[in-house]
Design a protein. Sequence first.
Length: 450
Amino acid sequence: MKNQEIMEIDLKYNWHPCTQMKDHEFLPIIPIKKGKGIYLEDFEGKKYIDAISSWWVNLFGHSNEYINTKIKSQLEILEHVIFAGFTHEGAIKLSERLCKLTGFDKVFYADNGSSAVEIAIKMSFHYWKNKGKIKPLFFSLENSYHGETIGALSVGDVGLYKDTYKEILIKNITIPIPKDKSEKETLKALKKAREIFEKHYKDVSALIIEPLVQCAGYMKMHSPEFIKGLRKLCNEFDIHLIADEIAVGFGRTGNMFACEQAKIKPDFMLLSKGLTGGYLPLSVVLTTNEIYSAFYCDYAELKAFLHSHSYTANPLGIAAANATLDIFEKGKWLKNEKWELIIDNKADGLSILEFNKHTSKYIWESIQKFKELPNVKEIRQTGMITAIEMIDYPWQERKGLKVYEYGLKNGVLLRPLGNVIYFMPPYIIQKPQIDKMINTAYEGIKALND
Ligand SMILES: *Cc1c(COP(=O)(O)O)cnc(C)c1O
């Protein structure tokens, strides 16, 4: 089939996510036939660098041989089994690994990020109820994003997604974020947070945050000290802290998990996206024995957490997740010409996280030239997440969309958020591809002035 035919059939039947479908009257939908490594390829052989990891999920490239093999062998053994009353080998392995990696005690599985948010919110509320307290509110951060289901949308703060539904959302209270990573702004925001805590804490079950980077919130970044301060407030006022690491987990911020930089432990940690290396829908809610024990009693006390999803702990997704953790554990970047990644921890080379430091440094150095562009306001970076914020063009001008179109024309998938262009590529991206990604964004932004 050719691109054109696929596009036509697609638009006849499909309703795409997060899209004004009428845009496709002028904006072609891109049919992808295959993916390999950093590239996506359409039906006529045109290649695109996936600079956004296919919505922040992919870590080690498309159609990764190692992950492919692990999923294929799982498929021969067990594709799925009910997870209530039953278990399987992949799940015990993954749970043990995740607990050891994060210091948590218990793993509750779901099948996407929003569901993990719903679970954490329900668990927190339910914990307090089991302890005899009714705390119906949640704290969340200004500009936050936690997904699109009703509960997750309620604790988010991106008006574009949320405002339409305001009449049907659950109640939350928004805490202002620091303007930047500076100590001054951090302390100012924490002072404001304390005032809000003092006023409302009795009715609040939990504070939910995206540590270090608010990805969907235009890639805004804050300091580890801000997270540390919020953890202290939660301790003082007896409120749970939920760390939504769905986007930032698995090395995106430079550490395996963003909370490590703040040296704090939340009461719940949520993981999805990179969890399966970008292969299959899966998410986890990690929590402590302290939370778990509030639900553990005789059945007749009716305190159990009776939440479920049909595909809870799907073995194929879990096989992908275990393979992804294998790569983190054993992957080494050989110091040869091509910086090849091999799965052998005895090899002489850099670990994934060490290697990423070089990659992010190279990206940071390469984007300094954006500062010279008159329509760029700020550049910022946390680990493997890099953002270029253009000046405040009115949203109606849709300048980001123009950069998106420029990128596609030139073989790079950028997907700006409003006036913010960002890079969140798979970790296997190599220097010539970084150069192309950055130069294309540069030219695209520059062309807006023409
Ligand atoms: C993507 C995202 C979610 C929602 O995950 P879905 O799998 O898309 O439902 C929640 N929180 C954060 C921080 C995210 O980036």
